[in-house]
Design a protein around this ligand. Structure first.
Ligand code: NAD
Length: 437
């Protein structure tokens, strides 16, 4: 065993600041209240229900993750956030229509107490939304300073020991890294001049990282995925992670694709389509926001299949992703995948997947795990990009020198080995010679 890292204890309150109090956020918050009251189980959460094997298989040491690493207790979480609408969390959860009234009524008082702070919002970046609860300021730096003031005020008012921020706001229009994103100084100049290459999500990310608050990005927005904010994160010793929660169709893709590749089955085509009727679906109905989502959803197969190494198997892949806004389904997304595979001697086969999922039910446990793990990372002295949290992302943020890891099983191994590393336990390589020597 190596020496464990020094990890500060998870004492006191952990404030969770959510940007966007929509379907995902309210399902997450109501869920934590329900679990605290013993009304339901935190299914889908690795931090709450997962275990971790330590040592050899013959050692029989498999604690719960939450007993192995010092995570904040659900009882110590307090919630706050920003939204462009004035609804409190109970009203917002009712609008989202994910949870049934019976459950919501039982957490109503706690949910009603959470009211959104005024948002940094510009409809230029999210064309389909307009709301009244929005800040005004003389430039984007001023707006960032207002968010920083909100953060400090929230921390004081709720007597928080530590904070974490997570973007659960809408998907913004497609943006690429530009000159304003290359250094902290360039970014700050761009904030001063309200440069259009600084979307609202970047203003929040800047404010959080400047305050040394861990930041996670649940949407595919560029947000903190730029050199300037990585540099700022290094300066303020802040952990960051993103992007875009890996929930429904992409989760299944990152399960199936490594399996096909493991058996060297070729894939000529992968057609994915979805119908979705919630507000997220409405925002994604705008082609500019959809482009951001499409790029995020499409990258994964290229990285998993590595056509450069396997040209005969994946060199001709046609990968198509569609999302159609279809209000009758609300948050209950339906996804279809058609996979055209190729086997021995080039014989063709097809695999069809029809996933009737619930978007926010799949996202909520990811939000919980991310905020708890980011808080752990901060207390363990980890900063910058937390690649070990790739497990949760459609487009994992990664160092410039490496390609992102998309295979769910490698991601899980990386996550658990990081926890073992933090605690000074042997990493598990699955070599296993010792059982046979
Ligand atoms: N649910 C999933 O499975 C899933 C998976 C991956 C990514 N996501 C992403 O997570 C995000 C949230 O999804 P959702 O279903 O909760 O959407 P939603 O539309 O229900 O909620 C988003 C909320 O963010 C608010 N908002 C938008 N811009 C804001 C800003 N600048 N400041 C403050 N608030 C702002 C909106 O008013 C809205 O209430 C979306 O970007 C979505 O693409 C969701």
């Amino acid at each position: 065993m190596k020496a464990p890292l020094e990890i500060a204890p998870a004492q006191g309150k952990l404030g969770i600041l959510l940007v966007g109090l929509g379907a995902v956020s309210t399902t997450f918050i109501a869920g934590v209240f329900a679990v605290r009251k013993g009304l339901a189980k935190p299914i889908g959460s690795l931090t709450q229900m997962g275990t971790i094997r330590l040592g050899k298989r013959t050692d029989n040491r498999t604690p719960m993750v939450k007993d192995f690493v010092p995570l904040a207790s659900l009882d110590d979480l307090v919630f706050g956030g920003w939204d462009i609408f004035e609804d409190n969390c109970y009203e917002a959860a009712k609008t989202a229509g994910v949870l049934d009234e019976r459950l919501l009524e039982q957490v109503r008082t706690e949910m009603e107490a959470i009211k959104p702070m005024k948002a940094v919002f510009d409809p230029f970046y999210v064309k389909r939304l307009h709301g009244p609860n929005v800040k005004t300021g003389k430039n984007k730096r001023d707006l960032a300073d207002q968010v920083r003031a909100d953060i400090q005020q929230f921390k004081k008012a709720n007597n928080c020991d530590r904070l974490v921020m997570i973007w659960c706001g809408s998907t913004e229009i497609f943006a690429q890294e530009g000159p304003a994103h290359q250094s902290v100084e360039a970014l700050e100049r761009a904030l001063d001049s309200s440069d259009p290459s600084i979307p609202s999500s970047m203003v929040y990310a800047y404010a959080a990282i400047k305050e040394g608050i861990p930041y996670a990005n649940g949407a595919p927005n560029l947000s903190a995925d730029i050199p300037a904010l990585q540099e700022l994160a290094a300066r303020t010793k802040t952990p960051i992670t993103g992007k875009d929660f890996k929930t429904g169709q992409t989760l299944i893709k990152s399960v199936i694709a490594p399996g096909l590749k493991a058996r060297l089955l070729g894939v000529n085509g992968w057609y994915s389509t979805n119908i979705l009727g919630n507000r997220d679906g409405e925002v994604l109905d705008d082609p500019e926001s959809f482009k951001t989502k499409e790029e995020s959803k499409k990258g994964l197969l290229d990285y998993i299949f590595q056509a450069n190494l396997y040209p005969d198997l994946y060199g001709h892949l046609h990968h198509v992703v569609r999302i159609n806004y279809y209000p009758p389904r609300g948050d209950n997304k339906e996804g279809w995948d058609n996979i055209d595979l190729v086997g021995w001697l080039g014989y063709e086969m097809q695999l069809k997947i029809n996933f009737l999922c619930r978007d926010s039910i799949l996202a909520a446990p990811i939000v919980l795990d991310l905020v708890l793990f980011l808080d752990l990372a901060r207390r363990a002295g980890l900063s910058g990009i937390q690649e070990w949290l790739s497990f949760y992302w459609k487009s994992p943020q990664h160092a410039a020198a490496v390609y992102p890891e998309h295979d769910l099983f490698i991601q899980l191994m990386k996550l658990k080995n990081t926890l073992r590393y933090l605690k000074g336990e042997e990493l598990i390589t699955h070599l296993g010679r010792e059982y046979y020597d």
